[in-house]
Design a protein around this ligand. Structure first.
Ligand code: NAD
Length: 260
């Protein structure tokens, strides 16, 4: 199971989990597309990755909520590398409010990045995968694809929704050799989570230490954060697994926070 010369488009990969997945795929000989809303960061990331290794990263500026931008980014990849073998729909944000105070605009923004983003990137990549007769789509879910937490109505709704979309793609894609799976990480210390610690402390009226120890890690078996490398390892398995035996699944990687 390796990704040698596979073209892997990863959204939101100028930072955090997406970046770690890009590094893991590159280490396995893949060609990676750093697709991010922040085009400057995507370019800088691709340059850094190319300076480190044999030079197989390209940057694409892509807002995953914008159909034209997604299609243009995918067209750029096809023009450069002629195919897309793996899509990791990873771009995401977090916005926390109590439901009765949740601004509708924030609700729509979050759902759009997570769900429209997964839909639009899948829609743009699938025809190329179908043409090739193989492909892997990976959605970045969360423990919140299976479990709920207060203040996260939009995020929990979006992350649950990704499992439904994955299952449909698994059924539609099977005859073309295309698989779809969801990774469901627990808390990983990335900029997305660092930002939440003071926000949750303020909203819940507790200390930042309590947010980490009681809320984020309270239900884990060992009070440890999941790491970006842990998530990247699962992303490697889902990308490289060679048959339809592994499709339509969602795997929780969370230090036992949620057990199925
Ligand atoms: P991060 O903030 O470090 O990185 C997110 C990246 O997505 C950024 O580079 C950002 O520029 C990009 N992005 C945001 N909006 C975009 C858009 N509209 N189009 C394209 N790119 C966009 O966050 P992270 O923690 O690495 O999160 C990555 C994914 O993992 C998200 O889907 C998140 O929900 C999920 N996740 C994170 C955790 C965690 O604890 N960090 C846990 C479970 C799931």
């Amino acid at each position: 199971m390796n990704l040698k010369d596979k073209v892997c488009l990863i959204t939101g990969s100028a930072s955090g989990i997406g970046l770690a997945i890009a590094e893991r795929y590159l280490a396995d000989g893949a060609k990676v597309v750093i697709a991010d809303l922040n085009g400057d960061a995507a370019k800088a990331t691709a340059e850094t990755l190319n300076a480190k290794g044999p030079g197989k990263a390209m940057a694409v500026t892509m807002n995953v909520t914008d159909e034209a931008a997604v299609n243009a980014g995918v067209a750029e990849v096809i023009a450069t590398w002629k195919k897309i073998d793996v899509l990791v729909s990873n771009a995401g944000i977090q916005i926390v409010h109590r439901l009765e105070e949740f601004p509708f605009e924030d609700w729509k923004k979050l759902l759009s990045i997570h769900l429209d983003g997964a839909f639009l990137t899948s829609k743009a990549c699938l025809p190329h995968m179908y043409k090739a007769g193989s492909g892997a789509i990976i959605f970045m879910g969360s423990v919140h694809s299976k479990e709920a937490s207060p203040l996260k109505s939009a995020y929990v709704t979006a992350k649950h929704g990704l499992i439904g979309l994955c299952k449909v793609i698994a059924k539609e894609g099977a005859e073309h050799g295309v698989r779809a799976n969801v990774i469901c990480p627990g808390f990983v210390k990335t900029p997305l989570v660092e930002k939440q610690i003071p926000e949750q402390a303020k909203t819940l009226g507790i200390s930042e230490e309590d947010v980490v120890n009681k809320i984020m890690l309270g239900e884990t078996v060992d009070k440890e954060f999941t790491t970006v490398e842990d998530v990247a390892e699962i992303a490697h398995v889902f990308a490289a697994f060679p048959t339809n035996a592994l499709t339509g699944q969602s795997l929780v990687v969370s230090h036992g926070w949620f057990m199925q």
